[in-house]
Design a protein around this ligand. Sequence first.
Ligand code: ZN
Length: 294
Amino acid sequence: MRKTGLGRKLLTAVTGIIMVMEVLTGTTIKAQAAVEPVVTQLEVAVSSDNSGIVARCSYQNYTDKSGYEMKLYLYRIESDGEFIESQKELAYGDAGNGSTEPKQVKEGTYRASVTIDDGIGMKQINSETHYQVRWIDGNYILTNENKQEEEIRDCSGTGKESSCSHIFEYFLVQQATPVKDAVQAYQCEKCGMVIDYIDVPNSAYAVFLKETAERIQNTQEKEVTICTDRWLSFDRKVFEAIESRPDVAVEVNYQYQGERYLLLIPAGADIELLMDENGFSGFRYMNDKLFENK
Ligand SMILES: [Zn+2]
């Protein structure tokens, strides 16, 4: 799950090694004066067709040779944290304007941000103020919140810059369910800034398997019915649960290529017959096996 961070560290390490090798071999490195991009007019706005809310900004000195990567964000601010509504990588250019796609957001407090990533560290520039978004008579109405004293002091006219030297980690923000993967936020462990959300692959499937196994193990009935629109197989944990309850039949109501099917695993079924050497088995395969052995 930490590929991004690890990859970047590796890249930094490799770059370092190449630089050392170049020094050892006498190759001169022409030090490029990396001019940091400049971001101006960073704000939250109503899109020109009034279809949604955007974050937008202007910028300079952002070429593909600059070594920087910039991303524009629209954040919703809640009492328990900040949530990304939309994000967009800014296009390279000596000078340019960027905007996120118009998004139909709920009423609330918003801000715009730009992250500037130089490959080693990341900093975030925030819009000078927060914005109140309201929805009145079919139109978005935007008002600036009053600037706070310290924000005005920090402000250089190009947005407020976070003083945190961020350290990003993945934090779980939503538990997996049998139908939806868990969600992790890529968040600064020091100041709480979130710059991305990712789904945890296979976490929903893992919950489905765990809950299925527990239902079979703990049932008071003679038959357990498992219903799923999404999954098509069991793993060893489920087969062990079936083995531990030879008094229980398992009916699986599942969907395959748009059609609903029923698989009946009779009480006391031989699980060795059903699963493959890794402990997995698809419902279609089990159906064939059970039918063959009738
Ligand atoms: Zn931070």
